[in-house]
Design a protein around this ligand. Sequence first.
Ligand SMILES: [Zn+2]
Length: 204
Amino acid sequence: MSGLQHIACDLCDLLIAAPTIEVGQCALCPRCKHKISRLRPNAFVSLFAYAVTGLVLLVLANSFGLMQFKLAGNVAQITLWQSASELYFDAYKILSVLVFLFTIFFPALVLLMIIMFLITIKTGIGKFYMTSLLRLIFTLIPWSMAEVFIVGIIVSLVKLVTIAQMHLGWSFWAYTAFAFCYLKVLSLVDRYQFWHWIEGWQHD
Ligand SMILES: [Zn+2]
């Protein structure tokens, strides 16, 4: 098996020979010192745990109210799903689809694909699509913006508390916890380590 010969630096695009590192070691780009890879000891288990927890939290975030407004005696509640769909009915159709894709669909898909990838590495089931799956994961990651959505909610809250009485629902906390798990997953996703796992698995 020829193996992974070269890898490009994410920051400066320098093509370098794939480093041979041991678990716990870190490889840096010789030109810009950007971290190329770090073989973490428990990356596999941690990734699986955070990805599954993230998906469960995302389902929970879609099951309750996101926030409640009280203004002049009127009470209104919005769910996570409505935060996107209401825009659709308010004639912001494209924005509505983008909010749905970036905050719910793509993050859910990335987590689901990472779980599928890890299961394939462990069991060998579905190995024929492994390379395509990995490419799709790395293509979609920049398009998932769960953390940006949380910041957006907080910014709008700061504005809204001045005109209405606000109450954050369970969905907000579930989504915040989901965003934390999602960021943990992203911090553990390592292009080189993923290929390294495929390599190891192909040699078994
Ligand atoms: Zn570099």
